[in-house]
Design a protein. Structure first.
Ligand SMILES: Nc1ncnc2c1ncn2[C@@H]1O[C@H](COP(=O)(O)OP(=O)(O)OP(=O)(O)O)[C@@H](O)[C@H]1O
Ligand SMILES: [Mg+2]
Length: 231
């Protein structure tokens, strides 16, 4: 389980995360929903140690992460697919994937077949430059790259943003497959309600830096989650 307790974060004088407490159970897909600018990405950056945490604690299984640097969190099984994908446009698809294994003690000589099995399009395009891929393919590449570190907890920030519906479906299926067949734990930040609802085992809603609701994915309609995040 990922356990976040009473997390507070500030940018300058603005109080961005306010006493955030939430849990992410193992081998489940948990979505965190919230409108623009409520602090979702800031929370993920705190989880990865990309920004330091002002107060509160973060633990994955029995390991306190709060004071660990990012690379140590990756070594403990966390992987992060940032908002906007951030792939390397001038490296090939294969090189982009191999970058994701840079944290491992033994660098693999190639991309393992199970990564290409999850994303066959990446195999077809492995010699192409990352920047030549469509937005949806770049998103798949970013997820594939994160999986190269053999994570236990995969954290994704709005993977559906700006990509075509057919690839959104593929990504949803792949995330479910990771949870069900490989027992991965997934924390997904989303604003696209229908996508989130279709794949979530559990949900949390953030509003102005606070967690205001949470429950099983099956209750999202009844709990009025769509209205909570509608703009
Ligand atoms: N580096 C920064 N310096 C100062 N303020 C920031 C910084 N990054 C984000 N903010 C502010 O912090 C708040 C939370 O931003 P954050 O990016 O975490 O929101 P978000 O929920 O991920 O939004 P979106 O859905 O648009 O991605 C916003 O008001 C934003 O303007
Ligand atoms: Mg964001």
């Amino acid at each position: 389980m990922l356990t976040i307790e009473s997390l507070n974060q500030y940018y300058g004088g603005s109080h961005i995360l306010r006493d955030v407490s939430m849990t992410v159970p193992e081998s489940r897909l948990t979505v965190l929903l919230g409108r623009n600018g409520v602090g979702k990405t800031t929370l993920l950056r705190c989880l990865m140690g990309v920004v330091p945490t002002k107060s509160g604690t973060i633990a994955w299984r029995d390991t306190a992460l709060t004071k660990l640097p990012t690379h140590a969190r990756v070594a403990h099984g966390l992987a992060y697919v940032p908002q906007g994908r951030d792939i390397f446009p001038r490296l090939t698809v294969e090189e982009n994937l191999l970058v994701g294994a840079a944290s491992k003690k033994r660098m693999p000589s190639g991309v393992p077949e199970h990564i290409y099995a999850l994303f066959p399009v990446l195999k077809d395009m492995k010699a192409r430059r990352g920047g030549d891929l469509s937005g949806g393919q770049q998103q798949q590449l970013a997820i594939g790259r994160a999986l190269m570190s053999d994570p236990q907890l995969l954290i994704l920030d709005e993977p559906t943003e700006g990509i075509q519906p057919s690839i959104i479906q593929d990504i949803g299926r792949t995330l479910r497959q990771l949870v069900e067949e490989m027992s991965l734990t997934v924390l997904l930040v989303e604003q696209y309600y229908d996508f989130a609802k279709a794949i979530a085992d559990g949900y949390w809603v953030m509003r102005r830096g606070e967690i205001v609701a949470g429950g099983p994915g099956a209750d999202m309609d009844a709990d009025g989650v769509r209205e909570m995040i509608a703009v």
